[in-house]
Design a protein around this ligand. Structure first.
Ligand SMILES: Nc1ncnc2c1ncn2[C@@H]1O[C@H](COP(=O)(O)OP(=O)(O)OP(=O)(O)O)[C@@H](O)[C@H]1O
Length: 288
């Protein structure tokens, strides 16, 4: 089966009027209220917002990974409309057009399978012969800074540090060379040094491969250092979508100002997490 891919993909991702609803005893309860978002090839966008604002469900909708939620609108990924696709087509798209990494590498990795088997798996599923898959896995692990990768292919996740495990998760996500990587707080579970190293290798890889990145993070330092654009989401509404310097220098919404004030500062404690923007006056002003 061949998937239709845009011939002039000036957008890796184009989302229009994305709505996500959850079932409730009173009927469908809206969680995301009609979001538009575009990502160009090679572009890095940070999605920020307080806890529960809808960052994860919005990003998971791109690969139709939300369970039990209703999604509507248009999501065009590399020229392919994602909404309404069947399970088999979605399976093909996941990993090749867009891949996703999550916060905790221990959850993402199977503790009883070797690192090598897990990194090679997306290629093996697509019918790539074992020798080729193995060579590509070793090459990618080395590139992502896993030293002595050939020997370590036979190791298990518990034999790796947190930072190394996240590189393995990245390798499994990147092995089919996706056009878009969706990274949902990929370094939150790591210590500060490992965070920096993982972001550095991701930065290098994305630049070399012209890969777009949608990064969900609570960390102002990471947003400033990694992203070109910032999209601010509040209670399922997209409030602002602007170049990072512009938004930091001149936030256009009260909510964004409050959010930036609540974010960990560059010269503050590096492991500080975003607190909830709880001021109801800010909340009311934001989406009215
Ligand atoms: N499967 C689900 N069923 C019902 N409600 C859900 C489901 N998944 C998420 N939600 C709700 O959707 C809203 C947005 O959740 P989401 O996980 O996207 O927030 P977030 O911005 O990523 O937060 P955090 O920064 O804490 O991860 C929350 O109110 C959450 O409780």
């Amino acid at each position: 089966m061949t998937l239709k891919i845009s011939r002039s993909p000036n957008r890796v991702l184009s989302i229009r009027d994305l709505r996500i609803d959850a079932p409730s005893p009173e009927g469908w309860r809206p969680l995301v209220h009609g979001i538009d978002l575009d990502i160009a090839p090679g572009e890095r966008i940070a999605l920020v917002g307080e806890s529960g604002s809808g960052k994860s469900i919005t990003s998971r909708a791109i690969l139709q990974l939300n369970r039990g939620l209703r999604t509507s609108g248009s999501i065009v990924l590399c020229g392919q409309q994602i909404c309404g696709l069947g399970a088999r087509k979605l399976q093909q798209i996941r990993g090749s057009m867009a891949a996703m990494v999550f916060q905790d590498p221990m959850v993402a990795l199977n503790p009883v399978r070797t690192i090598g088997a897990q990194v090679m798996e997306p290629l093996r599923i697509r019918g790539v012969p074992p020798k080729t898959a193995r060579a590509r896995a070793i090459e990618l692990l080395e590139r992502l800074g896993v030293r002595d990768a050939e020997a370590r292919m036979n190791a298990y996740p518990h034999e790796f540090s947190g930072g190394m495990r996240q590189r393995v998760v990245l390798a499994a996500a990147l092995i089919c060379q996706p056009s878009l990587l969706i990274a949902d707080e990929p370094t939150t579970a790591l210590d500060v040094r490992a965070q920096e190293q993982v972001l550095d290798v991701l930065d290098d890889y994305a630049r070399d491969m012209q890969m777009s990145v949608l990064l969900i993070t609570h960390d102002l330092g990471i947003v400033a250092g990694f992203a070109e654009r910032v999209a601010v989401i509040y209670r399922g509404h997209l409030l602002e979508d602007r170049p990072v310097d512009d938004l930091f220098a001149n936030p256009g919404e009260d909510y964004t100002r409050a959010l930036l004030a609540a974010l960990p500062q560059i010269d503050g404690p590096l492991d500080q997490r975003l607190s909830t923007v709880g001021d109801p006056r800010v909340a009311q002003g934001a989406c009215s």
